[in-house]
Design a protein around this ligand. Structure first.
Ligand code: S3P
Length: 181
């Protein structure tokens, strides 16, 4: 199996922030699938949803994973919150490395994303209700596809990173001296 560390979880759970800090700590490159899609398509996620619909965006996410499977070996990869919903993507995630689920409650998501305008699925009225519904639909999927679950609600990023390093270290070939920097 490849030694990538993949971060999954609902929008606002901290995947990108944890991923970039983990990348610095382990001196490993980091890829974020939303950013990768935006760079390749030269559109923002919102523009892709507008022009090609959610299905078009989901197709791009699958292409992105296939490319990462060919091109990466020991990176940090953070993926969009809806990516694991497609069965094909779950299969690809399993081949890509160790999957870490940053679990947060709907309350945390609503608090963190209250003024966010970049997530098309949460725009408009009743966004709190939508967070509840989407999370209820996805919770079991996230748990089933992950190797490690981290409850991330009340933890500082550094605490989460320590936990990831402690729980994946040997399996991922992480050198403790580097990780301790
Ligand atoms: C989505 C999550 C977003 C982005 C898109 C759809 C989702 O990524 O991929 O807006 O369906 O949960 P983040 O989880 O990084 O916010």
């Amino acid at each position: 199996m490849k030694r990538n560390i993949i971060l999954i979880g609902f929008m606002g759970c901290g995947k990108t922030s944890v991923g970039s800090r983990l990348s610095r700590r382990l001196h490993r490159p980091m890829t974020d699938t939303d950013q990768m899609i935006e760079e390749i398509s030269k559109m923002t996620v919102s523009e892709i949803f507008d022009r090609m619909g959610e299905e078009g965006f989901r197709r791009m996410e699958t292409q992105c994973l296939k490319r990462l499977l060919e091109e990466t070996e020991a990176q940090i990869i953070s993926v969009g919150g809806g990516l694991p919903v497609r069965e094909e993507n779950r299969c690809l995630l399993g081949q890509l490395g160790i999957v870490i689920y940053l679990r947060v409650t709907p309350m945390t998501v609503c608090r963190r994303l209250a003024s966010d305008t970049s997530r098309p699925l949460l725009q408009g009225e009743n966004s709190e209700e939508r967070v509840q519904t989407l999370m209820a639909q996805r919770r079991d999927i996230y748990e089933a596809v992950s190797d490690i679950i981290i409850d991330a609600d009340d933890k500082e990023f550094d605490e989460i990173i320590d936990e990831i390093i402690n729980r994946t270290g040997e399996r991922m070939g992480i050198n403790n001296e580097i990780a301790g920097d």
